[in-house]
Design a protein around this ligand. Structure first.
Ligand SMILES: CC(C)(COP(=O)(O)OP(=O)(O)OC[C@H]1O[C@@H](n2cnc3c(N)ncnc32)[C@H](O)[C@@H]1OP(=O)(O)O)[C@@H](O)C(=O)NCCC(=O)NCCS
Length: 160
């Protein structure tokens, strides 16, 4: 049984460890400096600070208390929200955990009046995942900080 909760301050170290593990497992084709950046940027201090911010959502998925997945979402005052990070351990994929994390983020964002949900990914295998969740692929690509080509997915929901 998977349990998804908002990150508590004291879980920042666990969250960081999981993020770095998923990055190494899933993004080995990224340049080493991307891994170094993640190590530096997603520090325990920053995550602890972010766990108190209303515009940032840090979600941790646990299965039988083992941390197996995470999501970092951001709210923009213009009614938009983005996923900054999403990942599930390879050993735990295909069990609905990624979809659950995305749904939790959408609920959190909807409660803030968000109408446009955005996410991007360098992994072409994720196209099916996002389209199953109701996202539409935008035409073209964007380049990330490491020069990797990313697909952009958008979901719009109008309230009233
Ligand atoms: C993308 C990711 C988060 C999906 O997590 P997951 O827990 O395996 O996904 P789910 O089990 O919730 O899948 C939901 C649906 O998408 C489908 N799906 C997921 N990954 C898929 C893939 N690679 N190819 C085809 N379909 C896929 C599932 O079959 C499922 O469909 P169903 O509802 O008909 O059964 C996971 O593969 C991952 O962590 N990848 C590496 C990191 C990454 O690329 N992050 C994303 C953007 S930065």
């Amino acid at each position: 049984m998977v349990k998804i909760t908002k990150l508590k301050e004291e879980e920042a170290g666990i969250f960081r460890k999981l993020l770095l593990k998923i990055f190494i497992e899933s993004f080995s084709y990224y340049p080493l400096r991307a891994q170094k950046f993640n190590k530096r940027y997603w520090s325990v201090g920053r995550l602890t600070q972010y766990s108190h911010k209303k515009i940032i959502l840090l979600l941790l998925a646990r299965e039988a208390s083992l941390p197996v997945g995470l999501l970092i979402g951001k709210y923009y005052s213009s009614g938009k929200s983005s996923i900054l990070w999403l990942g599930v351990l390879i050993t735990h994929r295909g069990k609905g955990i990624g979809a659950k994390l995305v749904k939790h983020w959408e609920e959190w964002a909807k409660a803030k009046g968000v109408h446009t949900f955005r996410t991007s990914t360098a992994d072409f295998q994720n196209e099916k995942f996002y389209s199953k969740l109701g996202f539409t692929k935008s035409p073209g690509f964007e380049m990330d900080d490491w020069g990797m080509k990313k697909m952009v997915f958008i979901k719009k929901e109008y309230h009233g």
